[in-house]
Design a protein around this ligand. Sequence first.
Ligand SMILES: Cc1cc2nc3c(=O)[nH]c(=O)nc-3n(C[C@H](O)[C@H](O)[C@H](O)COP(=O)(O)OP(=O)(O)OC[C@H]3O[C@@H](n4cnc5c(N)ncnc54)[C@H](O)[C@@H]3O)c2cc1C
Length: 493
Amino acid sequence: MTDAAVGAGHSGSAGHATAAPVVQLPPVVATKHRAAVAALRESYAALPSGAPVRLAKRTSNLFRFREPVPRAPGWRAARRARSTAGLDASAFTRVLHVDPAARAAVVGGMTTYEDLADATLRHGLMPLVVPQLKTITLGGAVTGLGIESTSLRSGLPHESVTSMEILTGDGRVVTATAEGEHAELFRGFPNSYGTLGYALSLTIELEPVAPYVHLRHFAFTTPEACMEAIAQAAGEGSLHGHRADFIDGTAFGLDEIHLTVGAFSEVAPWRSDYTGQHIYYQSVRGPREDFLTIRDYLWRWDTDWFWCSRPFGVQHPLIRRVWPRRYRRSDVYRSLVAFDRRHGLSDRLNVNRGRPAREAVIQDVEIPVDRSAAFLRFFAAEVGMSPVWLCPLRLRSDSPWPLYPLQPGEVYVNFGFWGTVPLPPGSADGYHNRLVEAQVAALGGHKGLYSTSFYSEEEFWAAYNGPAYARLKNAYDPAGRLSGLYEKCVRGR
Ligand SMILES: Cc1cc2nc3c(=O)[nH]c(=O)nc-3n(C[C@H](O)[C@H](O)[C@H](O)COP(=O)(O)OP(=O)(O)OC[C@H]3O[C@@H](n4cnc5c(N)ncnc54)[C@H](O)[C@@H]3O)c2cc1C
């Protein structure tokens, strides 16, 4: 990063005319970072041209797994042939500097939110949106979109980025801000999934926190009543007098939906702990009031990967007691799932037991709030998986982000569902996912691309702004060294 580029530019986020915070890196940090950028650029240039490139990272929260290579003669060679050149990103995994006065931080692109939140909480600050899983990285959440319970108030993680230093597909290192030469890249980077370039460092805004979060859980017996309450909270910033600094929800069924509204609090009469024997998602069913430290609140969903730790038995009190605390984390469960997928273990077990094949339906979708009840009813009837996570959001920006065109001012509800369901007899893998894709389109919604997708190329580019993407790809990766967005997100290359 050039020194002048650190924190340069204006907030592309809120749409108001406030200047972005300017953050000076300490000289030693700046020198070290410049050397790391130069080294990465050299390694990129040294990769064989024509060979596909991938980011070599220790963690991932993607849910697109490659088909296992069958262990027939020559399988090792087949596996080698499809492996891609890895770009070592380990020099970009740290927070470079937190500036409490400017309420901003300069952060390596592959820094996990766990490290980022720890670094900022030390100063009584946090990023405006902290995705729920500890190993989601800032670069991953910006290029792949993230969301959390502050998203109704503060939009999506990329909307509080003021400057990004990007290694582009054509091997340049550029600084993209809301204005200036690379403004189009700045706006088009969210939802590009590393197909235009890699964010090496990002300057982000921070906000002050209180030590605790005071939670109130509100129960609804119909989706319509719940969506009305979300619309009300969006209008008033509170629900039944409880300030909505944070808001998300859990649907256990159409007649049991809980919205959880959190307010920053300086005091806590008691503090719950869901990293031990108690499980957070079960707590939303009651009692109706709760207190957590801000750190425990940020990671409330990580300990049990929302509820997805259930298949490993960790929610059973006896197993939970002996399962080491340090392994009650989303990245541990994800590694177990990845191992299972790589080796096709569950699939083989199903076949051996004569059970129907199952389809993974792991998606996050956003639906306008006035059509969200209809989506939940469709989902219960056609997919029938529970619980479902609900998270209201509204763009912070007053203009859309081209590759994920949510409408400014519109309130959406994100629905997250992560599990498997049996396939009906005679139907093939993708059956439920296609139903979801069609329903999302019919209701004027959007679907995140971190997991599997089944769109035709035509449908895909209609939903994700093909012309804008083509312009950016041509400007920043004309030789196509990085995969294209459709190839990566739909064809899994
Ligand atoms: C069960 C489940 C629940 C989820 N729930 C949530 C949720 O509640 N909230 C939420 O916000 N998200 C959620 N996600 C999605 C998650 O945020 C995205 O998958 C995100 O992209 C993961 O970021 P990562 O840092 O782990 O990136 P990775 O998984 O490592 O990579 C994601 C993609 O981004 C690219 N990439 C990574 N770093 C960079 C970079 N620095 N520059 C450019 N490209 C880069 C990679 O090439 C890859 O294509 C969930 C995912 C799953 C599987």
